[in-house]
Design a protein around this ligand. Structure first.
Ligand code: UD1
Length: 343
């Protein structure tokens, strides 16, 4: 049984991926410093799958601890999620982002190469595309200068890996996520909001549950059919499944290049108003919202060309916007229930 290292495996996408790996019979070892996640997620993963992942509380920036980990554990392949991801915070604290996201990647890649663990799946982001004229965006679209230090850590991360595979026996797949949202159907795992979220779907569910009085639609005069921004919202479980496919592609040596990049999206864009209506339809809950100013730095419209992932990985998103909304709502209700128990 292959042992897959999942860094950041206690986090949002990492925990969903751990579930899919365990369901497919892999052994899973999670490394996480719990800076934006909770150790309780390990119980939830066990409840869903009947199997408990191995867990080490460890900061990937701490090279000595990471080296000790690699000296004592046998790892076959790695999916690297651990990173900071708040765009606004990265603008305020760029060095914190560059240090954490890049140092952790460098430490991990160096030690993997040293230990001859040569399969790595890297979490990238559609934010590397910025604003593109040609839609949908495909993997060959030229990348503009990143809009934020966060986005830049993803661009630089890809470059570090692309350069590294040229001179080392190392194989990497970078997955560029569009807008991950939703939660596991069991409502046992989801995105745990340690800080107030800025992303649309958690803002919607928090407004609906009353954690916020109202939400703002950021801008209504974009050149889109209803004037609001368009994004490609993709269910987190679809994203998790794509990681299993990607790691298997590497393990079975099916990759065509040492460094490959794939978009993970549905291929369909939805506007902010469509997302709000999908939530109301899926849950029968009315949302209190107002139309406000544009948010600085927002891209008008972006959605994925999924052809390459569909063809090469044989993967296709199966869930839709309403599934995202239903599962996100179920998760929000579960968080409320938990908070009630604690009070
Ligand atoms: C953001 C990040 C991106 C990251 C992605 C997924 C920025 C600039 N980009 O993308 O790097 O990969 O999240 O985590 O932050 N909206 C509202 N009202 C709200 C919240 C959002 O109208 O209260 C709108 C936004 O204007 C946008 C859409 O909803 O049009 C989606 O926003 P969001 O969920 O924050 O994702 P992105 O901005 O696409």
């Amino acid at each position: 049984m292959k042992n897959i290292l999942v860094t950041g495996g206690a986090g949002y996408i990492g925990s969903h991926t751990a579930v899919e790996l365990l369901n497919k019979g892999y052994r899973v070892t999670i490394l996480d410093n719990l800076s934006n996640s909770r150790a309780e997620v390990l119980h939830s993963i066990e409840k869903i799958t009947g199997k408990r992942p191995d867990f080490f509380e460890l900061d990937l920036c701490d090279r000595n601890s990471l080296e000790h980990f690699f000296n004592t554990q046998k790892i076959d392949a790695c999916i690297h999620f651990a990173a900071y991801k708040a765009v606004g915070e990265s603008v305020d604290e760029p060095l914190k982002y560059y240090r954490n996201n890049l140092l952790s990647l460098i430490n991990l890649a160096e030690l993997m190469i040293e230990k001859k663990t040569d399969h790595l799946v890297f979490s990238s982001s559609c934010s590397v595309y910025g604003e593109q004229d040609k839609l949908p965006v495909n993997e060959n679209s030229p990348l503009p200068k990143a809009e934020s230090p966060y986005g830049n850590t993803k661009q630089i991360g890809e470059e570090i890996l692309a350069d590294t595979v040229k001179v080392n026996p190392f194989n990497v797949i970078a997955l560029r996520y569009f807008n991950p949202a939703g939660a596991h159907e069991s409502a046992l795992i989801g995105e745990y909001p340690i800080q107030p979220p800025n992303n649309l779907v958690p803002v919607i569910t928090q407004t609906a549950i009353g954690k916020r009085k109202s939400m703002t639609v950021f801008g209504s005069d974009y050149s889109t059919p209803d004037g609001t921004c368009i994004r490609d919202y993709i269910h987190v479980v679809d994203i998790a499944k794509a990681h299993v496919v990607a790691i298997e592609r590497l393990i079975h040596k099916k990759n065509k290049n040492r460094f490959e990049v794939f978009n993970l999206g549905t291929g369909t864009g939805h506007s902010v108003m469509e997302a709000i209506h999908a939530f109301e339809k899926a849950t029968n809950v009315k949302l209190n919202y107002t139309i406000g100013e544009k948010r600085a730095g927002d891209v008008e419209k972006v959605w994925a060309d999924t052809e390459l992932a569909n063809q090469e990985l044989g993967w296709k998103a199966a869930l839709e916007l309403e599934d995202i909304m239903q599962s996100a709502w179920k998760w929000e209700l579960k968080l409320k229930e938990e908070a009630g128990v604690e009070n």
